[in-house]
Design a protein around this ligand. Structure first.
Ligand code: R5P
Length: 310
């Protein structure tokens, strides 16, 4: 069942990632494969390849929005692909989990970003993701030991905002979001401002906003990398309302939307739109083509096995 080296890359989705994987395969002219997966009655994961991966570059598409549920299956798949002599096994995870615990905020805490990076690095040949939460780390290579590429969604978001929002005022809800709003501002030519946030707990944040009354004729566009509890965006939207500005359009790269986060945010926003990095009802911006560019870039750097052993 050996395969020849001109075969297309094999794009294989983990459960929940089928739509994005199909879009990537179509846009990149890759081959779409499939895994059979299920849970045993006790919850253990079952994984079976339905394609011959021998000699192939295999890209496993698995967003890690619910990492505790999803991670083992993708690791099992990666390990099996290696046993079946895949040429390379790559993790394409549009949302990379466990990036926010990047220091010990309190004595005794686990720095989970490092541990998670070690686990991923030991299972895959490379990693491709979009807008990981790089705050105190400047690059993924500080914690990942495999080639780890991150793509910026800013050009895709800037295009969507330019095409869909009239006279936008870009607003980053906290200091960390400046990296995204400033880039989107540059690309779209829209003005931007950044608010300040104090976090008191998982679902308890305070947003500090200066006087934005000069922007009253504009559509506020709140932009953030992650909406998890949604409180950051909800509190920012409340502040805008208090100053008499219009309801904001909320643009999120990774819409995790835990519990009732989406309902709360939708109630106070003009519109909530997210990228398909995480499958959600709010998806309206596709990152498939961006991921194809990323896959093609790292594909160009992957040395064929034959050359490595020559
Ligand atoms: C924080 O550092 C991130 O950029 C997001 O602002 C944060 O993860 C949002 O979390 P939540 O939706 O729970 O307020």
């Amino acid at each position: 069942m050996a395969s020849n080296s001109v075969e297309k890359r094999l794009i294989i989705p983990l459960p929940g990632n089928e739509e994005l994987a199909a879009a990537i395969a179509a846009a990149g002219n890759f081959q779409l494969g499939a895994l059979e997966t299920r849970h045993f009655p006790d919850g253990e994961s079952y994984v079976r390849f339905l394609d011959d991966v021998e000699g192939r570059h295999v890209d496993l598409i698995c967003t890690l929005a619910h990492p505790n549920d999803n991670f083992l299956a993708v690791v099992f798949a990666a390990d099996a692909a290696r046993e079946f002599n895949a040429r390379s096994v790559n993790l394409v995870t549009p949302y990379l989990a466990y990036m926010r615990q990047d220091i010990r905020f309190k004595a005794g805490e686990a720095i989970t970003s490092r541990t998670f990076a070690r686990l991923v690095s030991s299972s895959f040949d490379s990693l491709l993701t979009i807008d990981p939460h790089l705050h105190r780390y400047h690059s993924l290579s500080e914690i990942y030991t495999i080639p780890a590429t991150h793509l910026a969604s800013a050009p895709v978001l800037a295009k969507w905002i330019s095409q869909n929002i009239e006279k936008p005022l870009l607003i980053g809800p906290d200091e960390e979001s400046e990296q995204w709003v400033s880039q989107i501002g540059e690309l779209s030519g829209a003005p931007f401002t950044v608010l300040r946030k104090t976090r008191y707990g998982d679902r308890n944040v305070e947003i500090h906003m200066g006087d934005l009354s000069q922007w009253k004729g504009r559509t506020p566009v709140l932009v953030d990398d992650i909406a998890s509890s949604g409180r950051t965006m909800v509190e920012a939207a409340k502040q805008l309302q208090a100053q008499g500005l219009a309801k904001p359009v909320c643009v999120v790269v990774h819409g995790l939307f835990a519990d009732d986060a989406y309902q709360r945010l939708s109630a106070i926003a003009e519109k909530v739109v997210s990228t398909d990095c995480v499958p959600h009802i709010s998806n309206g911006i596709s990152v498939a083509e961006l991921l194809v560019e990323g896959i093609n870039e790292f594909a160009a750097t992957q040395t064929p096995k034959a050359e490595k052993s020559a």
